[in-house]
Write a protein that binds this ligand. Structure first.
Ligand code: FES
Ligand SMILES: [Fe+2]
Length: 350
């Protein structure tokens, strides 16, 4: 077998943009690395877990999961939104099994009951158990943040504050949730993120989208842990008219796609080393017409299918043994470079 390009032997070390290679292909197929990413990437980063509108009143709660840990996001009697581990301290049963509203949270296994802030209030027939103190038991908490009507949570207490993640990015407008669409894709989650982080592929992969955007004015800005891609809309399109498309990526797997009157969020969730699930949530301005919503969702689906086809082909290329790593284009793939730099840092620390 001929290996076309070899990355530097110390591929884990930081690489200047001008001479950077992609991550080695092995990073996209290795189950051991996928397991390590759960701790080194997902358990230590901010994850989009839902939207705030249905969580407005005390007791409102919604299920989520971060790095395999079941979470319940719940509004307390004090108005504070919390992200509690949805794992009972008795024998690990589920405290909450569906979204809704409740005055207290009662475990579905033996009925231990928790307050909305996670403190254990009562445990049936445990009164005579030696050295058992209800007051000493509570559900662990993740960090939680609200931004532009969206809810984020971070499992590790030592994760950097959410404000540091989004510093320099304008908050998305708070729009109204319309629909969730879920795609399972036969590629490593990083292939999907890599693809998102560059507009280099637009002309080849997305003829329809390409015609809608002004590619000469396509811009990419990098933050410490975010990438913002913007393009003026050509304004010749019947669906969107004039305006600006803004594509925001937040480390490691959250995307916010903003067009006039519409926000679409994407979460890229690993299923295993070579498969991921991409969750699309659509939000619209209340005045957005039904025809606009339908046309927008149909067009997004078309673009998504184009991305899925190329990402799955890339995964086959990465897995086949023909390829090790390739050079990045510093003018068009600086977002991919930042993502890979952050991954290298996470792998070094994890
Ligand atoms: S596991 Fe929750 S009450 Fe037993
Ligand atoms: Fe694409």
């Amino acid at each position: 077998m001929t290996v076309a390009v070899s990355p530097a032997a110390d591929w884990l070390q930081p690489q200047p943009l001008d001479t950077a290679y992609t991550l080695p292909a092995q990073c996209y197929v290795d189950e051991a690395l996928a397991a390590r990413e759960r701790d080194a990437v997902f358990a230590r980063s901010w994850q989009l877990v839902g939207f705030a509108a249905p969580l407005g009143r005390p007791g409102d709660h919604a299920l989520a999961e971060i790095a395999g840990v079941p979470i319940v996001v719940v509004r307390g009697d004090d108005g504070v939104l919390r992200a509690l581990h949805n794992v009972c301290r008795h024998r690990a049963g589920p405290v909450v099994t569906c979204d809704g509203r409740a005055r207290t949270l009662t475990c579905k296994y033996h009925g231990w009951t928790y307050a909305l802030d996670g403190r254990l209030l009562g445990a049936p027939d445990m009164g005579r158990v030696r050295d058992f103190d209800v007051a000493g038991v509570s559900l662990p908490q993740a960090q939680v943040a609200e931004w532009g009507g969206l809810v984020f949570a971070a499992l590790a207490p030592q994760s950097a504050p959410f404000a540091a993640l989004i510093e320099g990015i304008e908050a998305p407008p708070t729009l109204v949730f319309e629909r969730r669409v879920v795609y399972d894709v036969a590629c490593n989650w990083k292939v999907y993120v890599d693809n998102y982080l560059e507009g280099y592929h637009l002309a080849q992969v997305h003829p329809g989208l390409s015609a809608m955007l002004t590619s000469a004015a396509y811009e990419t800005r990098l933050g410490a842990h975010w990438v913002l891609q913007t393009s003026p809309l050509a304004g010749t399109d019947d669906v969107y008219g004039p305006g600006t498309a803004r594509y925001v990526w937040l480390w490691p797997n959250t995307m916010l796609n903003l067009l006039p009157a519409r926000l679409q969020t994407n979460r890229v969730l690993p299923l295993d080393a070579q498969r991921c699930r991409v969750v699309f949530d659509y939000y619209y301005a209340p005045q957005a017409a039904a025809e606009f919503r339908a046309a927008d969702m149909a067009f997004s689906d078309e673009v998504q299918r184009e991305d899925i086809a190329i990402c799955e082909a890339v995964q086959r290329g990465l897995a086949c043994g023909s390829y090790v790593a390739g050079r990045l284009n510093p003018c068009h793939e600086q977002g991919v470079w930042l993502f890979h730099e952050l991954l290298r840092a996470a792998y070094r620390s994890g």
